[in-house]
Design a protein around this ligand. Structure first.
Ligand code: ZN
Ligand code: ZN
Length: 170
């Protein structure tokens, strides 16, 4: 490799600064090494900040009260920050898809995610999305509450829940 590299802006700044010659040489060398070790596409900002790594750890306990499914999820609420443009009508337990790599942080792409469940809008029990555990009609209800409220719903919703209850008992 040629010894004469084009001088970088930092080096010329140092010269203006009246620094001792030794410092100048050292600075130049370390800058050189850093340049050699970093391939173009591997910029330092790829590294996740500690805060962001932390955010990727699922810490919210989700346990379905009906089937006892238990998962740690990333988010409970209506607007998961990692699922861009998604706004749920009710508070929802959301998990980042563990099988997908995170998108690079400079890309404002939505991440893959899984809505795990919600709270029953009547009794507030946590239920998963499984048809044996919850029913969704304008809001999530657990099946016992669904059965109790059924008669107040439009016929079409009643039919859907009845079908779901039949499937469950099969
Ligand atoms: Zn369940
Ligand atoms: Zn309920």
């Amino acid at each position: 490799m040629e010894a004469d590299q084009p001088s970088t802006s930092s080096v010329s700044l140092s010269i203006d600064n009246d620094l001792a010659d030794e410092d100048l040489v050292l600075n130049d060398e370390s800058a050189e090494i850093a340049r050699l070790q970093l391939p173009e596409e591997d910029q330092p900002q790829d590294k996740l900040e500690p805060l962001e790594e932390d955010e990727r750890i699922a810490k919210i306990d989700f346990r379905c009260s009906a089937c006892d499914m238990h998962e740690l999820v990333h988010y409970f609420g209506r607007q998961p920050p990692f699922a861009l443009g998604i706004k749920y009508l009710e508070d929802t337990y959301v998990m980042r898809d563990p099988f997908q790599p995170p998108p690079p942080r400079w890309q404002s792409k939505p991440e893959y995610y899984i809505a795990m469940g919600s709270k029953c809008s009547s009794c507030s029990k946590v239920v998963c999305k499984d048809g044996a555990c919850s029913f969704y009609y304008t809001r999530t209800v657990c099946l016992p509450c669904g059965k109790a409220e059924l008669k107040d719903w439009p016929v079409e919703a009643q039919a859907r829940l009845r079908k779901q209850l039949e499937d469950k008992d099969k």
